[in-house]
Design a protein around this ligand. Structure first.
Ligand SMILES: [Zn+2]
Length: 229
């Protein structure tokens, strides 16, 4: 089974497990209960995982915590994020700072980084998983919105670059900017996607998806014709 097909299948499987697993969208599945990655090439691997002693104990513990008012596997850290507005905005700030400076979120597990963050927040440090789950999508939406507004009602140019990554997967990148005679206009890398294969169909679909992403609330503005060279 190809990677894209696997990712599509995993999406369906995860719905059956009631939020116990989370996907990174690239084929890696994490167990939210056990807080680690699990193999998921087949659905049976997930079915087998949820009956392991460790997972069942974790699930029990979560249910108990829920009953007692602690809302999730991340215990106190997650609870703070959900319930305390200042912790929530602090997490948002941390997410923005890390993502915009291209720093991997797993440095949140580094003890020195934790110490640094604690000194500004009365001891609160957002968990990596919390940032991934709740704040990364928010920052992503903000950036897409900003690009979308920047190019709203303007003539645009776009370019699709197809390359292979370190894992030899086909990766398509959609770059877009304002069509203008002025020099120094910004261009944006708007969308990247792993493609099963590279042909007219996958590239056309990727182009349409990218345009939909750019003009997300203005879907009536479809392109009248596509020409690829
Ligand atoms: Zn588990």
């Amino acid at each position: 089974m190809g990677k894209t097909e696997l990712i599509q299948k995993q999406k369906k499987w995860l719905k059956e497990f009631d939020g116990q697993f989370r996907s990174d969208g690239q084929g890696v599945i994490m167990c939210v209960v056990c807080d680690h990655n699990v193999p998921a090439e087949k659905k049976s691997q997930l079915t087998q995982h949820v009956v392991t002693a460790k997972h069942r104990l974790g699930l029990e513990k979560n249910k108990k915590e829920k009953r007692e008012g602690i809302s999730s596997t991340q215990g106190r850290q997650q609870m703070l994020t959900e319930m305390n507005p200042s912790a929530s905005s602090y997490s948002h700030l941390v997410a923005k700072a890390f993502i915009h400076s291209n720093v991997s979120l797993n440095v949140l597990n580094n003890q020195h980084m934790k110490l640094l963050l604690k000194t500004n927040s009365n001891g609160f440090v957002p968990a990596e998983l919390t940032i991934h789950k709740n704040y990364l999508p928010r920052v992503y939406d903000e950036v897409i919105d900003k690009i979308s507004k920047e190019l709203d009602r303007k003539k645009i140019w776009s370019s699709i670059d197809e390359t292979t990554d370190a894992m030899k997967r086909f990766v398509a990148c959609f770059v877009v900017g304002q069509l203008s005679a002025e020099k120094g206009n910004k261009s944006y890398l708007l969308n990247c996607e792993v493609l099963e294969e590279v042909n007219y169909e996958t590239i056309s679909n990727f182009f349409q998806d990218s345009i939909d992403l750019l003009w997300h609330e203005k879907k009536s503005r479809k392109c009248s014709s596509l020409h690829f060279r």
